[in-house]
Design a protein around this ligand. Structure first.
Ligand SMILES: Nc1nc2c(c(=O)[nH]1)N[C@H]1C(S)=C(S)[C@@H](COP(=O)(O)OP(=O)(O)OC[C@H]3O[C@@H](n4cnc5c(=O)[nH]c(N)nc54)[C@H](O)[C@@H]3O)O[C@H]1N2
Ligand SMILES: Nc1nc2c(c(=O)[nH]1)N[C@H]1C(S)=C(S)[C@@H](COP(=O)(O)OP(=O)(O)OC[C@H]3O[C@@H](n4cnc5c(=O)[nH]c(N)nc54)[C@H](O)[C@@H]3O)O[C@H]1N2
Ligand SMILES: [Mo]
Length: 643
């Protein structure tokens, strides 16, 4: 019997408790009904309290991916031209020997920096995580080059690190019940989720009388079901509208000057910009109307409403920030939350686009810290630094990896990449400029892709390794930092064919490469260590077996988590983690970059290919590509139900 089996279902099925591990904004607890080695039915959470974490459509179609007839089940070797997709079956031994030979050849001929690891978010489990497992293997092998930056939230991360010095800018979702006004600004949680319980709490807030407004070019599911007002806006112009809302508040003296004086620096600089002292242009609603397409009267009304309804939650997200100058949108949203004194207060919001809470999402691997990549020895850390000049002389920005493969050191990149390993991603599909990506992947001497399916990226590989699905191994995972809960992914079924997990693949390679102690523990020992050696989970999860049986540990909160509560309630003892200890509406660190594209205060800046670009005459349409409701990125693409 599987340790995660709770009970018997109807018709003799066994019910296994698990969750998905997709890189989506939720984490649905699932009851997988298994019969004769197949998942025959999927049910969602059955908790009675505090609330059910109801499964999304993707999770309800889960078994259709696990048992999909197109799953890769044997290692493959390319036999046709790169990208054409002609492969033949080979044995694991052949596949691993070839990889060992190529790794050694590239290391010897060019050195370790020319080995590249491209990991993505395809699997968010803690142990069988290909990104971590392969990084550890390659570190022990002498190192590798990799990417930095974040396709999801680079703009938002930059913005919050500038202004607050912390990425934990969210409230636990039940706090929406305390809001009287909620502005969903470029945010569609019914689709992208932001925490499995988010929409539930928004509905409760609405039922309790909160007014909900959506500012978004699209009339999406959340606007349709939750909002009383939908304000369509030209893509990329949100900052102009926010700036003009600030203008209304300043002119009508609606802003919370006391809050600004006490907790922020640089508001006067922002005011000079908004009122036109700096550049002679007052950023009035009429000014914004011409840029955004939103009527000046609509802007004025929203500005007054937001400034006078307390508490109010302005929720920005990452989509609008995933564009040129996008970080200004998050910075300006944060500035509005400061001007209205909504930061650190129940029912308010600090904005910042990330919505993370610092509880219920940590599974630190006891084996991973101390795993140093020799290629990066002495290099600066990627985390927590705002200093763009320092950023990663030894890494390649994620959006530039294909350019780096094509141009190498001559193009100013840290290495001439000859061998690459892509896993947990489908970057040919997911990063910009697919034609260039195809050229780059074709130019590699050797490409390994570990995958569930023959994706567009995998078609370019020399060797394709078939991996197990999350349903086919035991692991721990976490919701995005929205929690608060921890989940156990119990193995439901045996893997098909010859699939191995990324960790098993790396362990086998370590053995062939003579790297001892790569994987000293069994799966069970690792999982126990993850839970018991991480101080947060050790304190929370007292009964490992029960956690495993139930598949979830819900963290009980005495009261809602409110970002920066301590900083606001007791600022003397709890400065913001910024250089000034305050919310930095003006940032000296950014000013010191002397980059006209990085203003030290939030500003609306027109960009290339936006509504003002003369190219508009030729190309009058703007394309938005929001995250798909029926998939997690390209993951689940094969599932006919979801199509
Ligand atoms: N146009 C446009 N492009 C975008 C975005 C957008 O908004 N618009 N959003 C961007 C964002 S925010 C993100 S996060 C990226 C996501 O981009 P990717 O990280 O490339 O996401 P996926 O397409 O889901 O690819 C994940 C792959 O991992 C595979 N996989 C699943 N489990 C495992 C496993 O255990 N092991 C291995 N080896 N593989 C596994 C899946 O089969 C899938 O092919 O896309 C970005 N691209
Ligand atoms: N179902 C599903 N959920 C997902 C994912 C998935 O692939 N599928 N991916 C997950 C991942 S990795 C991420 S990073 C998050 C991303 O979450 P988000 O970044 O919030 O999602 P997006 O879909 O990129 O865009 C959010 C909204 O921004 C709007 N928008 C785009 N441009 C503009 C603009 O200029 N102004 C305004 N006001 N609005 C604009 C879009 O219409 C959309 O409604 O989602 C996560 N959740
Ligand atoms: Mo993302």
């Amino acid at each position: 019997m599987n340790a995660g089996q709770m009970s018997k279902g109807s018709n003799g099925t066994e019910i296994i408790r698990a969750t998905s591990t997709f890189d989506c904004g939720g984490r649905c607890p699932l009851r997988l009904h298994v019969k004769d080695g197949m998942i025959v039915r999927v049910e969602g959470d059955d908790a009675q309290e505090p609330e059910q974490l109801r499964a999304c459509l993707r999770c309800r179609a889960y078994r259709k991916e696990v048992h999909h007839p197109d799953r890769l089940i044997h290692p493959l070797k390319r036999v046709g031209p790169k990208g054409e997709g002609k492969f033949e079956r080979i044995s694991w031994d052949d596949a691993l020997e070839t990889i060992v030979r190529e790794l050694r050849r590239v290391k010897k001929t060019y050195g370790n920096p020319n080995i590249f690891l491209a990991a993505g978010g395809g699997y968010l489990g803690a142990l069988h995580n290909g990104g971590l497992a392969t990084a550890k293997l390659l570190s022990m092998f002498g190192g590798y080059t990799t990417h930095y930056g974040n396709v999801s939230s680079e703009g938002a991360v930059w913005a919050v690190m500038t202004q607050y010095g912390s990425v934990m800018v969210g409230h636990s979702r039940e706090d929406f019940l305390n809001s009287r006004l909620i502005i969903m600004w470029g945010w569609d949680p019914a689709r992208m989720i932001s925490g499995t319980n988010t929409t539930y709490h928004l509905i409760r807030a609405k039922e309790a009388g909160a007014r909900i407004v959506s500012v978004d070019p699209r009339y999406h599911d959340s606007a349709a079901t939750l909002a009383e007002q939908w304000i369509p806006i030209r893509p990329g112009t949100d900052t102009a509208m926010m700036v003009s809302m600030a203008c209304v508040m300043m002119r009508e003296n609606l802003h919370d000057q006391e809050f600004l004086d006490r907790y922020t620096v640089g508001f006067d600089r922002f005011r000079d910009y908004v009122l036109g002292v700096e550049d002679g242009v007052e950023k009035t609603p009429a000014w914004a109307e011409a840029i955004t397409g939103v009527p000046a009267r609509t802007i004025e009304r929203l500005a007054r409403e937001y400034a006078t309804t307390k508490p109010a939650a302005l929720v920005d997200c990452q989509g609008p920030a995933r564009s040129a100058m996008g970080e200004q949108y998050n910075r300006c949203a944060m500035t509005l939350t400061a001007m209205t004194g909504n930061i650190g207060r129940r029912g308010g919001s600090a904005a910042g686009g990330l919505m993370g809470i610092p509880v219920g999402h940590l599974f630190r691997s006891p084996g991973i810290p101390g795993m140093k990549n020799p290629v990066e020895a002495g290099g600066p850390s990627i985390r927590g630094t705002l200093d763009l000049r320092l950023r990663l002389v030894r890494r390649v920005h994620i959006n530039r990896m294909f350019d780096a493969i094509l141009k190498g050191r001559d193009g100013g990149y840290p290495a001439d990449i000859q061998l690459a390993w892509f896993l947990n991603n489908n970057f040919l599909n997911q990063l910009g400029n697919t034609n260039k990506a195809a050229r780059a992947l074709s130019a590699l001497e050797f490409l390994i892709v570990s995958e569930l399916f023959m994706t567009p990226t995998a078609r370019f590989a020399d060797i394709v390794l078939p991996v197990t699905h999350a349903a086919e191994r035991n692991d721990l995972t976490r919701p995005w930092p929205s929690g608060p809960y921890y989940t156990f992914v119990n193995k439901a079924v045996e893997p098909p064919g010859e699939c191995k997990s990324d960790l098993e693949i790396a362990s086998d390679l370590a053995e062939k490469l003579g790297l001892r102690d790569y994987n000293p523990l069994s799966e069970e020992e690792w999982l126990k260590a993850f839970v018991e050696k991480n101080p947060e989970t050790a304190e929370q999860i007292k009964d490992y077996d029960r956690f495993r049986r139930e598949g979830i540990h819900r963290v009980k909160l005495a009261e809602p988590i409110v970002a920066f509560k301590e900083q606001i309630e007791d600022p003397e003892n709890n400065p913001f983690p910024t250089p000034s200890g305050k919310i930095e509406i003006f940032s000296q660190r950014v000013a010191d970059l002397h980059n006209p594209l990085c203003p030290p205060i939030p500003k609306y800046l027109s960009t290339w290919e936006d509504h003002n670009d003369p190219l508009k005459e030729k190309y009058p349409l703007q394309l938005l590509s929001p995250h798909p409701k029926n998939r997690a990125h390209s993951h689940l693409y094969k599932v006919d139900w979801l199509r």
